[in-house]
Write a new protein. Structure first.
Length: 280
């Protein structure tokens, strides 16, 4: 097939424009320090090294292991499914802890109870609500002197003692409030019991209860690296107005013990921030 010289010229011009645009786009992205693809950030320690005893909380049984299909659905192989009892007594409170860690992805949709448990056949009693967990901050250092680059807030700090070496270490905690998204479910087979579940996210050194906001935090185009971690607490509690209040008290107590330990295992985001070029 033969083309007229004018058509050949137009085709060549289009090709040149496309090539120039592609080169210009890449150069612009590089000049503006925009990171469309995030580099993975490894955990400092495996999640299963979280102690089986956290303050008054003691592990019940063994950690649950997921099959390959469930891991694929979860979207990460870095997770922890464990049950804790207060003082080792189920009458005082039993909480299921689920932690999932994500990194090295262009984007990811978090798995949250209001989607997963509903698909499993449970009925949602109320729409998700946001609550503030009253975490005990009395042992924290409110201002570590190190600031989160995205917000300008100073990271709080806590002391962590290694259970084996007994060596003390200071750990930076995420900025933001310990707010959680809470949902109540019911199984028609056991109407006298409620399943209360709530979660929050730690993303690039910041806290949020929103599965939508966490994607904004974790996939900020100005950051070379990205990670987020979902922390979820759930408990079966007697039906009644006090079910959520009881869940809130138990979860806050467990999170008080867990958060510094968990942050010792998550990436040191302040160090990663300092390694990235800053705006001038």
């Amino acid at each position: 097939m033969r083309f007229e010289p004018t058509i050949k010229g137009a085709f060549a011009a289009v090709v040149i424009v496309l090539i120039t645009s592609a080169v210009g786009f890449r150069a612009g992205v590089s000049a503006l320090e925009i990171h469309l693809r995030k580099e993975a950030v490894p955990l400092r320690e495996s999640l299963d090294t979280i102690p089986t005893k956290l303050g008054r909380w003691k592990r019940v049984g063994e950690d649950a292991k997921m099959g390959e299909a469930m891991i694929e659905s979860l979207g990460t192989k870095f997770y922890l499914d464990r049950q804790y009892e207060l003082d080792g007594d189920p009458a005082k409170g039993r909480v299921s802890l689920h932690i999932a860690y994500y990194t090295g992805m262009v984007d990811a949709v978090p798995h949250v109870p209001e989607r997963c448990w509903g698909a499993a056949g449970l009925s949602m009693v109320d729409q998700p609500t946001t609550l503030l967990l009253p975490v005990d901050r009395s042992q924290w250092i409110a201002d570590s002197g190190i600031k989160n680059a995205a917000t300008g807030e100073a990271y709080p700090q806590a002391r962590v003692i290694d259970p084996v070496t007994r060596r003390e270490e200071k750990v930076l905690l995420p900025v933001g409030q310990t707010e959680v998204s809470v949902t109540v479910f019911q199984d028609e087979k056991t109407p006298e019991v409620r399943l209360v579940g709530g979660y929050l996210f730690i993303a690039n050194g910041r806290l949020t209860p929103s599965p939508y906001v966490v994607r904004t935090y974790a996939f900020d185009l100005s950051n070379r690296y990205a990670y987020y971690c979902k922390v979820q607490f759930s408990a079966f509690l007697p039906d009644g107005d006090k079910a959520v209040d009881r869940w809130k008290a138990l979860s806050a107590d467990l999170l008080t013990e867990l958060l510094p330990i968990l942050m010792r295992r998550l990436p040191d985001w302040a160090t990663l921030e300092s390694s990235q070029p800053q705006d001038t």
